[in-house]
Design a protein around this ligand. Structure first.
Ligand code: UD1
Length: 364
């Protein structure tokens, strides 16, 4: 019987941990799963609703860390997490993704000699100005088991001299959640509430500091999104960071007078219902690049790089950057062509990654 602590902290972690915990519960003779929530995200819309939507059991430990500078947030997670490890003495700790909770908990474990498995290992944007890239690089260096979503991850890790025996290609666990919940998401009333018809609206999300904390960049993006919204209405669920900057930069009126509709951040099922009916998605999210690929929805990524190149080579993603004209041109091209693409889903994005993750823990 393996005692496993599963770490969640921020919004993109919940849909990765949910299938893993469910699989461990199914294999009750082999696994005792516990959940630790660091509290990096704490708003109902950024955290609680995901537990409900995804059926994740209530956390066994809640560290209630909240928002701070990177140093303070990371340090507080470490300080609060260390006693949990000392008390529980788990066989494995699972960290997912690339948020501050990921590196903070992995670092505590490595110093205490507790085995860490990193789910979504090996992704690289090769842009070290992104906080997530630092979190990825460091977490992979100190983890005992590197579970990759795509084989570009394996290649990146080998280049960083990580021993091959630690690397295991398991596929994309985020897609387990997509397939598991797609049917259930049809019960959501979000399209009715917003008066939307399938394929006749676009969805946007933006929250990367490099996009929304920089007035000049955010201006370039809005200058593209507004004309796009004249062709197709854009629904824009707004991250708290982005909401603040729309106010601070004085963009509120301009947006209000456009066909961009700002709404509060949505829960997992409502958001799935929303993007799964979109004609096009324009985003800087990592997860959404993958979700749109899994469902064959055209996606424009408003960033200069992506740590998920497989969504370009084997999916529906186009990296357009932050140039106003380029975004407009790419969006207009998609709007003029057929809606769904016929590209294939990447290997092992099959809804069974959690099974392979559990097998890897048993074999590791
Ligand atoms: C974090 C992750 C990012 C992930 C994103 C998803 C890191 C370094 N970044 O960025 O990789 O894509 O989550 O959302 O870990 N806030 C609230 N309520 C909340 C959480 C945050 O109002 O529940 C506000 C706070 O004012 C906070 C700001 O949003 O200062 C940013 O939150 P933070 O967790 O620091 O980073 P994110 O931008 O959310």
């Amino acid at each position: 019987m393996l005692k496993v602590l599963n770490i969640v902290g921020a919004r993109p972690n919940f849909m990765k941990i949910a299938p893993i915990v469910r699989e461990m519960q199914r294999r009750e003779n082999d696994f005792l799963p516990l959940i630790v929530h660091t509290g990096q995200h704490y708003d109902a819309a950024m955290s609680n609703s995901f537990f409900t939507d995804l059926g994740i059991p209530a956390p066994d430990y809640h560290l209630e860390v909240g928002s701070h500078s990177h140093a303070v947030q990371t340090a507080r997670i470490m300080t609060a997490f260390e006693p949990v490890i000392l008390q529980e003495k788990p066989d494995w700790v699972i960290v997912v993704g690339d948020v501050n909770s990921t590196i903070a908990c992995a670092l505590v474990c490595s110093k205490l000699g507790v085995k860490v498995a990193h789910v979504e290992a090996g992704l690289r944007s090769n842009d070290r100005t992104m906080p997530e890239e630092i979190n990825r690089l460091l977490t992979d260096q100190i983890s005992d088991l590197l579970l990759t979503p795509s084989t570009d991850g394996d290649e990146n890790l080998k280049k960083e001299n990580i021993p091959e025996r630690k690397i295991k290609f398991v596929g994309n666990v985020m897609i387990d959640s997509v397939f598991y919940n797609l049917e259930k998401s049809k019960e959501s009333k979000i399209r009715d509430d917003l008066n939307l018809t399938e394929n006749e609206y676009a969805v946007t999300t933006l929250h990367r500091p490099s996009n929304v904390d920089e007035k000049e960049v955010f201006t370039r993006l809005l200058d593209a999104l507004i004309p796009v919204s004249d062709k197709i209405p854009i629904i824009f669920p707004v991250h708290p960071r982005t909401r603040k900057n729309i106010e601070n930069f004085g963009f509120a009126e301009q947006v209000e007078n456009s066909n961009i509709k700002l709404i509060e951040p949505l829960g997992y099922l409502d958001f799935m219902r929303l993007y799964s009916g979109a004609r096009i998605v324009l985003t800087d999210s990592g997860g959404l690049q993958e979700e749109t690929t899994a469902l064959g929805i055209p996606c424009l990524t408003l960033r200069e790089n992506t740590e998920r190149p497989i969504t370009i080579t084997h999916g529906t993603n186009i990296l357009v950057g932050t140039n106003t004209e380029k975004i407009k041109q790419s969006a207009f091209e998609i709007l003029e062509n057929d809606s769904k693409t016929d590209k294939k889903i990447p290997p092992l994005w099959d809804g069974r990654a959690a099974e392979r993750i559990c097998d890897a823990l048993i074999n590791g």
